[in-house]
Write a protein that binds this ligand. Structure first.
Ligand code: ADP
Ligand code: MG
Length: 567
């Protein structure tokens, strides 16, 4: 292997040459303690920056095996290392100068959630560490300025790399805390299953966020406090006993006056499918990790979804067992979201009235009297929620402040009062008896049939280059088709969106064959990326952007919103 001096010499030789001469630097170079890989060199100073990675052998990195011997610990450690490295690197970005993106140095920016990312990977077999970053190779105009790149590769990186990637240089106490938190979080998730809970929210949790654009904890917020009737104590392996609210499986209703914190609680449950970093305030919130937020999503496309358990006898006689539209209404979109989440094997629906289609949720007595059942295609969710739990084992947590109808079907009723939940099940049930539901039971429905087998779209049959572009967290485009993920609210990072683009491309090229069911495709693919990492779906010579792990539920959500899907 070439070494650092070879690289320095090469860089000096190409100084002032025209930019493409930088391409000669591609390759791997041994530096003291690590290997620097120049994986891809940008075409010009204004193009997207060059891809550089750093590999540190397990022996050099030196992390104790018990900090990464299980996936949850490894992911938490990777996340921590990446944050350290990112902080160290931050001060050097654009310290080297020049035109365009010259001097940019960046790694993934981590939010409050702990995600598996291609930006930092620790090999569980041998402790080898790989960090992927972007560097804008410096230029004056379009001429190479290799002196500035030498600064980056020979001064800045050697400052940051040992200081954040070598265990012996790190705060061992902090690393231990990261491991302990991750073990505690893992333990809570195990307990959810054991105790048949859908979620746990520890007392003292800070639920609200700083603002609509910041997901940091709100200062001076009212800490969470469980009602006594739902309080359980878990004995965490490191932190010891911790009390909090255990939400049992079944149907849970959250009511309360406007502005009393209902949606804030639900939002925390939505994101409780992920672990949160220390200091976030939601460290000890865990939700069943298959939970799916269900909402109305007018305008989305639907491809052959079986929404017949909610919608039947449409005026145009469309068969709702294979319902398709390019422009769904509020209620049809929400019905599709429910049945698709079932297909994605969710065990918990999370629903907030703020983002629901009212006619999908309830139909009041008076309306039932005036517009008879035969004239109404929609069977509202309230008439199905019990059946869905009993027959398919899918629980629901619903926020509903304006309609009392759900009192009748809920197992547990919480009232948010001044940001504190109270258990009002008994009272609400008694009151509900005075207002019996007059409707006859809705006819039983057969659960949706999931046998959709996607075919390959024409655009992927040719050997042309497939263009992909991530548009923030909310969307990506693939071969000019935009996949809108704005309302897939449990996506938290644009790198997850990028990963979905890669996964969709992979499925189009290798899995959509007209006879394998979507269910099997997603199951196999999820398995593959869990075992072999997200890089295993990358087919280019290098990874052109970093990716973060989405859940299988989001992979489904992405395929279901893909207008190019051929069925
Ligand atoms: P609701 O859905 O019941 O109308 P929200 O959950 O939207 O209420 O909360 C209303 C406001 O109160 C939000 O601005 C939120 O940030 C704030 N809030 C929520 N929970 C707390 C809390 N525990 N402490 C302080 N403020 C809170
Ligand atoms: Mg609300």
């Amino acid at each position: 292997m070439k070494n650092a001096n070879d690289l320095k010499q090469l860089l000096r030789q190409i100084d002032h040459k025209s930019y493409p001469a930088y391409k000669d630097t591609r390759g791997s170079y041994r530096f003291p303690g690590y290997v620097l890989n120049i994986d891809h060199v940008q075409g010009d100073p204004f193009a997207s920056p060059s891809k550089v990675s750093v590999s540190v052998a397990g022996l050099e990195a030196g992390f104790p095996v018990d900090t990464y011997d299980q996936p949850h610990k490894r992911i938490a450690l990777q996340d921590h290392i990446l944050r350290l490295f990112s902080r160290a690197l931050g001060q050097y970005s654009f310290k080297a100068r020049g035109s365009g993106k010259s001097g940019l140095i960046s790694v993934s920016r981590c939010g409050q959630e702990i995600l598996e990312r291609t930006a930092c990977q620790l090999n569980p077999k041998n402790g080898d560490l790989l960090i992927r970053m972007e560097v804008g190779f410096p230029a004056d105009g379009r001429r190479i300025n290799s002196g500035e790149l030498i600064k980056i590769l020979f001064d800045f990186l050697p400052e940051c790399i040992p200081a954040s990637l070598f265990y012996k240089r790190l705060n061992a106490r902090k690393i231990q805390q990261v491991r302990e938190l991750s073990e505690d979080q893992y333990y809570i998730r195990q307990q959810l299953k054991e105790k048949r809970l859908t979620a746990f929210v520890a007392n003292g949790t800070i639920l609200p966020r700083e603002s609509g654009i910041s997901s940091r904890p709100m200062k001076n917020a009212v800490p969470f406090c469980s009602p006594k009737s739902l309080e359980i104590t878990l004995d965490l392996p490191h932190r010891g006993p911790i009390a909090g609210m255990g939400i049992p499986q079944g149907i849970t209703l959250i009511v309360g006056g406007g502005y009393h914190g209902k949606s804030t609680l639900l939002k925390a449950l939505e994101l409780g499918v992920y672990d949160h970093i220390a200091g976030d305030g939601r460290e000890y919130v865990a939700t069943d990790d298959t939970a799916v937020k269900i909402r109305a999503e007018d305008g989305r496309s639907i491809k052959k979804a079986d929404i017949s358990m909610f919608i039947n006898n449409l005026p145009n006689n469309q068969d709702t067992r294979v319902f398709s539209t390019e422009d769904a209404s509020g209620s049809t979109s929400q019905a599709a979201n429910v049945v698709e989440a079932m297909e994605a094997d969710t065990r918990l629906f999370l629903i907030d009235e703020d983002t629901c289609a009212t006619n999908f949720m309830v139909r009041d007595d008076l309306m039932q009297r005036v517009v008879h059942r035969d004239q109404e295609p929609i069977t509202p969710f309230i008439e199905r929620v019990r059946q869905i739990y009993q027959e398919q084992g899918i629980s629901s947590i619903l926020v509903a402040g304006s309609s009392g109808s759900y009192f009748h079907v809920a197992d547990v009723i919480l009232q948010m009062n001044q940001y504190k939940p109270m258990d009002i099940t008994k009272l609400a049930k008694e009151e509900a008896k005075k207002f019996p539901l007059t409707c006859e039971d809705a006819p039983k429905a057969t659960p949706p049939q999931n046998s959709r087998c996607p075919r390959q779209a024409c655009a992927f049959r040719k050997n042309d280059r497939i263009k992909m572009k991530t548009l923030g967290k909310d969307a990506f485009s693939i071969n000019k088709e935009t996949v809108d993920l704005r309302y897939v609210e449990q996506l938290v990072d644009s790198e997850q969106t990028t990963a979905l683009a890669y996964l969709l491309k992979y499925m189009e090229l290798h899995c959509f064959n007209g006879h394998t069911a979507l269910k099997d495709i997603v199951a196999e693919l999820s398995d593959r990326i869990q075992k072999h990492g997200l890089v295993s779906v990358n087919e280019g010579a290098y990874l052109s952007s970093n990716l973060a792990m989405p859940r299988p539920q989001e992979i489904y959500a992405c395929v279901n919103r893909y207008r190019g899907l051929m069925l």
